[in-house]
Design a protein around this ligand. Structure first.
Ligand SMILES: [Zn+2]
Length: 178
């Protein structure tokens, strides 16, 4: 075995120790591939997504059997509504959503990747096309905001300035329950 392979194994081993909460299971819907670690986390995530009256009504007729089904149906409904709010319908929109137990882990992943400290309950990584979100802090507005970033990012071929990006994400968040 050469040293390169050993290094790769060591990295994976260390990642398992340092990030034990990182995803062990994944599930796919039209708009997202969800990464989660264990049923309890998924259940808590689901419980924290209250779609409200209008959006909740939209998913009533969907075929939901498991908690995983319900989460995926909810996430797709939020993405579709956020697209309507922004009036942006990027083609082939599909992103990764990684759920983590608390904002500590979200911040840890953020500082690991960008080398700077931050206090995030959620963020959308433009380079990875991925939403990282704290299960503990999950709510409709937070998901709508991050999905807003994803939609904007996919819609424009030239990325708008950061402030505009942020304004549009806030707009999606604000009007998600309209
Ligand atoms: Zn934002």
């Amino acid at each position: 075995m050469n040293s390169c392979i050993l290094k790769v194994i060591a990295v994976f081993f260390l990642a398992g120790i340092c990030f034990p909460y990182l995803a062990k299971a994944e599930a796919k819907s039209r708009y997202v591939t969800l990464h989660y670690n264990g049923r309890d986390m998924l259940r808590e995530f689901n419980d924290n997504i209250d779609l409200g009256h209008k959006l909740g009504y939209l998913i009533k007729k969907k075929n939901i059997v498991t908690v995983e089904d319900e989460v995926l149906v909810k996430l797709d409904a939020i993405m579709e509504k956020a697209e309507v709010v922004l009036d942006m319908f990027p083609k082939d929109l599909h992103i990764k959503v990684v759920i983590l137990p608390t904002s500590d882990e979200v911040s840890q992943v953020f500082s690991q990747k960008y080398g700077k400290k931050a206090n995030h309950i959620a963020y959308y990584s433009l380079s990875e096309d991925t939403v990282y979100i704290s299960v503990e802090d999950t709510k409709l507005a937070v998901i709508a905001h991050e999905f807003g970033h994803a939609i904007v990012d996919h819609y424009f071929s030239d990325r708008p300035p950061y402030t505009i990006h942020e304004l549009m994400a806030q707009f999606a968040e604000k009007h998600i329950t309209d």
